[in-house]
Write a protein of this length. Sequence first.
Lengths: 188, 188
Amino acid sequence: MIQETRRTLASHTPVYFAGDRATDLVRVERGVVMVFNLFEDGRRQIVDFVTAGELLHFQFDGELDHYAEAITEVELVSAPSDAALSDPVWAEYIFQQMRGRLDRDRRHVTLLAQKSAAERLAEFLIIVSDRLSTPIGDIELPMTRQEIADYTGLTIETVSRLFSRWMRERRLVVTGKRTYRIEGALAA
Amino acid sequence: MIQETRRTLASHTPVYFAGDRATDLVRVERGVVMVFNLFEDGRRQIVDFVTAGELLHFQFDGELDHYAEAITEVELVSAPSDAALSDPVWAEYIFQQMRGRLDRDRRHVTLLAQKSAAERLAEFLIIVSDRLSTPIGDIELPMTRQEIADYTGLTIETVSRLFSRWMRERRLVVTGKRTYRIEGALAA
DNA sequence: CGCTGCCTTGATGCTGATCAAAATTAGTGG
DNA sequence: CCACTAATTTTGATCAGCATCAAGGCAGCG
């Protein structure tokens, strides 16, 4: 039997830091956690937004090489890595989660390699729509403009300008506090 | 006992295509294979350069979603995925390989998010140096300028100009047919 | 020796970063 | 509920860096 511990964290609370010992695997039960790296020059690269049912990292021992921080209120479940690895159900789950992360990373690489800022941001919205949003078509954006910028490799000003333009052109419509809907083709 | 099949491919030969059925896992024994995606507009995004001891993909069933092509003469070993997955030694190896790919993808994301072309290309050379090169300090570049461009998200002209500049400034020195050595700081 | 593919170099223009400031939103306490 | 402050977002003006278009050079191979 795996000993799982559960905890709830408020929005914008660190989950762990780079350099922390990786003793436990962490699953997000509710909410969204961002995984990121920090650089000497102060830049922050957001690597992934992790949501319900997904594992935060795949470091089974040694030190963590990245940061994790809640961007909404989150509920987390931790389990000791060594125990999880030897449990067949957990092992299968870990396997599947690693494949999911590989797919998301590939998509992220593709996003970042896009030539224009509009293409990158459009792809970002599609990704978020696929992963974090309601099936009705609304896009939930729990993250700030700065966080979007740090994921897409753009500046906050460029992100803001594109949102403004798309909303002016009615390609993107506000449907709630943090929700939007795509009405037309964005990339243009 | 896992039934492994071995084959040798010439430089610039396709290993598999997107859409192919993923029945086998493929390990590179010798040489370098590039893994990439193609887009409607003709762009090619190179996702990884896979070298000796590494697995090409982690798709255990269904259709492959990317292409693989030898960029040097390569020796490959294939094994049926289902058999490999149930073999404990292979399972452990697959696990470790997935973690390696995750790390490389993260590094690739970091590279692509770099602001300047010089920073991207410098990071690329460091990565290649770490992964494909001799321990003496020489950097082996088995790939073409176009392939470097398609990995770093730059154009071939920009890549060429940076190489020229660095060589003019003696930061980078040619030590062989396809080998270079870094003499100073590149990023500048 | 000439052809083909790859690489280099040059000139120009556009896109998005940067700097700066205004506008809006969120947060706090009375 | 409102006033006040802080944080976030938006908008504007300017400019550098890289993509693009266009030639020319060079190596490999018949």
